[in-house]
Design a binder for this molecule. Structure first.
Ligand SMILES: NC(=O)c1ccc[n+]([C@@H]2O[C@H](COP(=O)([O-])OP(=O)(O)OC[C@H]3O[C@@H](n4cnc5c(N)ncnc54)[C@H](O)[C@@H]3O)[C@@H](O)[C@H]2O)c1
Length: 280
């Protein structure tokens, strides 16, 4: 059997025994990322500011998939906390193979219009907080985990971005009928800079440790269906060639692929999983 046949027969997609740290791992998508890693045989570490939820996700994924897991209360905006996460991973597993920078402030339609904030009134404190979680947090995790990966000579970093990192939010999507224009909810101004910046971080990391066996890539996600009002879902679907929003599981294949040896020559890429939305 040729090497090339072996490569597509599945072995290279396996994450057996690999330790994958997922920040924001207790959230809507972080949980799905953890399930995907576990389904591929990997060991997900759920690092989330909400420590109780991180433990709960770790426990349920371990039960469902029969793999070791770990939940760690972590604040990615704190270098001390990220170093404590690294120490906890080393103490428990003695290795780290991949880092998924997934944590972000991500206000959602389903959380209500008040979660959205207009540029005219957007508080500097919120801007600073959004950058701290989504961008500085990814930098700090890459610094701590990437340095260790470079030292060991292998590793993968996956930055979780959004369609709004490559296209602007269409604010008409969030419009509330009958509401005065100056009160209409908007996707926050911080979101696109954070998500575009994440791919910038990917580009930097992809070159920085390439000669040390560390790859870095971005997954750009389309908006996820999650109990939004039917009218919103219909409006969103009109803007997507595949005529639907994403399901939370739609990104799992891309994540496993990028964490595994099946993507061994993929470095600095932006894998867009958006049903074609950004093509229109
Ligand atoms: N849901 C979507 O439609 C969508 C679409 C595109 C991209 N994304 C991206 O996917 C990622 C996950 O989104 P989600 O929908 O699961 O969001 P979510 O809000 O459900 O989860 C985010 C998680 O991050 C955690 N977190 C927040 N601040 C933290 C900090 N300082 N340290 C550690 N953890 C922290 C939260 O506790 C939460 O569990 C985000 O990067 C988001 O931008 C989501």
């Amino acid at each position: 059997m040729s090497d090339s046949t072996d490569r597509v027969r599945g072995a290279d997609f396996s994450l057996a025994g690999r330790v994958v740290v997922i920040t924001g791992g207790a959230g809507l998508l972080g949980t799905r990322h953890a399930e995907a890693i576990a389904a591929a045989g990997g060991t997900p570490v759920i690092a989330d500011r909400r420590g109780g939820e991180a433990d709960a996700v770790a426990a349920s994924v371990a039960t469902a998939f029969g793999v070791p897991t770990l939940g760690v209360a972590t604040d990615v905006t704190s270098e001390t906390s990220v170093r404590a996460l690294f120490d906890a991973v080393m103490l428990r597993f003695g290795r780290v193979d991949a880092l998924v920078n997934n944590a972000a402030n991500n206000p959602k339609v389903e959380d209500g219009a008040s979660a959205f904030s207009r540029l005219e009134d957007f508080p500097l404190e919120q801007w600073t907080a959004d950058l701290a979680v989504g961008l500085t947090g990814a930098f700090l995790c890459a610094k701590v985990f990437g340095t260790a990966m470079a030292a060991q000579g292998h590793g993968v970093i996956v930055n979780i971005s959004s369609e709004y990192g490559i296209i602007a939010p269409d604010q008409r999507l969030y419009a509330v009928e009958g509401m005065p224009e100056n009160q209409q909810p908007k996707k926050p101004v911080s979101y696109t800079p954070v998500k575009a910046g994440l791919h910038g971080l990917t580009l930097y990391l992809a070159t920085y440790w390439a000669d040390r066996g560390v790859r870095a890539n971005t997954i750009t996600l389309g908006g996820v269906e999650n109990g939004q009002p039917a009218e919103f879902l219909a409006r969103a679907a009109q803007r997507i060639p595949m005529a639907r929003m994403a399901q939370p599981t739609d990104f799992q294949g891309a994540l496993v692929w990028l964490c595994s040896d099946a993507s061994s020559f993929v470095n600095g890429a932006n894998v867009v999983v958006d049903g074609g939305k950004s093509v229109w």
